[in-house]
Ligand binder design. Sequence first.
Ligand SMILES: Cc1cc2nc3c(=O)[nH]c(=O)nc-3n(C[C@H](O)[C@H](O)[C@H](O)COP(=O)(O)OP(=O)(O)OC[C@H]3O[C@@H](n4cnc5c(N)ncnc54)[C@H](O)[C@@H]3O)c2cc1C
Length: 435
Amino acid sequence: MSKEADVVIVGTGVAGLFCALNLPEHYKIIMITKKQPEDSDSFLAQGGISVLKDQNDYETYFEDTLRAGRYKNNKESVEVLIRSSRSIIEDLVGLGVNFEREGTDFSYTREGAHSINRILYYKDVTGKEITEKLLEQVKKKSNITILPFVTMIDILEKDNTCTGVVLKDGDTIYNIASGAVVWATGGIGGLFEHSTNMKHLTGDAIAIAIKHNVKLLDMNYVQIHPTTLYTKGEGRSFLISESVRGEGAILLNKEGQRFVDELLPRDVVSTAIFEQMKKDDRDYVYLSLRHIPKDKIQERFPNIYEKCLEEGYDLATDLLPVTPAQHYFMGGVQINIDGETSMKNLFAVGETSCNGVHGANRLASNSLLEALVFSKRAANVIDENLKSMGLQNIGTTVNNNQYNTEQLEKEYHKLVWDELNKGSVEYGRLCKHEG
Ligand SMILES: Cc1cc2nc3c(=O)[nH]c(=O)nc-3n(C[C@H](O)[C@H](O)[C@H](O)COP(=O)(O)OP(=O)(O)OC[C@H]3O[C@@H](n4cnc5c(N)ncnc54)[C@H](O)[C@@H]3O)c2cc1C
């Protein structure tokens, strides 16, 4: 079986969906996702989305992003991110996305390493609000087809030009030839023992990039989130958003004493927690909201409050045990500010890509924004390219019998893991490979 499309987008998180919505409607677009379209990290984002508050905020926002990124950021990418932020928010509002408001103006919150309140949010489910609305719009488009429970296992390539994808649907392997391929496959948390990410996000595009010599960047920049709910159970670590600390929650050791400024950059707070855990000889420290009125906690963080209650903790009265976990991948498939990779007609957007915008450590709430800004730019370039290419398909084929799908997953995990380990990945004990 083989199919054709003008554009294949792998991934239905914010990056993939926004790219699809920004492509002209005369293109035939096929979107692929490993699970249901709703099963993406984008749906999990709690805290919010950063935005340039006003023109006076530019220098401060730029400096906050660079300071969090330990000045390893690509400044051009940061400039594009910040300068595009307000128009992206206008796009989202135009597509029906709600943000909290005070009167007619937006309401802004704050997270670690931001100098001012510049984060837009919707309750504590901002990612769901944005992604659900984008998905609703995509489903209305007759030129876009979503194929759920289909996995990209390779790309079609000829002379460093990408000509399509190889897919696995149950036991069937087939190809889609296309004028452009967009990787929007998210992060790598599924490779880690403790991660806030969905388990099926295992950096497949990065493995395929390695296989085809597509350039990667900043592969040793893995972000550890300081505060996830500590449990002995298996499965995804539940995130306690940084905005909880932004709204006043404090970290305590086993003696009930504060040991760190809770709003320092994530890597600094994580390191302080690891050190405290060692001193306390425990696998967690405490997060306390006991000084915050219960109605405020319930109103501001309804989802987090309920989840903690299910686990036996009332945030208004109990100390919450928290521990760091893998959360975000700053590195990935190298792109420029237009989402172009080192392979012709192959684009990468969102968490799977890297143009150095986050440097060594992402500033809180910059990733939804990054996914939206650069996927829109990629869509514009894809349109230009397809117009000039005249949509010819090179029509490369591969022998689908070559794929031993049972082995492939393990091989891909190992490829990514080995690449991560070439650098100095921090907090080694979290980085236990599952495969
Ligand atoms: C718990 C949590 C809270 C967060 N909170 C915030 C926040 O408040 N603000 C913020 O800015 N960021 C936040 N982030 C980060 C942010 O949500 C992600 O970086 C962003 O949503 C990534 O979007 P994406 O489109 O790149 O990838 P995702 O949304 O992860 O989507 C990846 C898609 O790729 C598909 N896929 C992967 N591999 C394959 C394959 N081989 N074949 C087919 N399909 C494949 C998946 O099925 C999925 O559809 C949070 C992340 C988590 C986990």
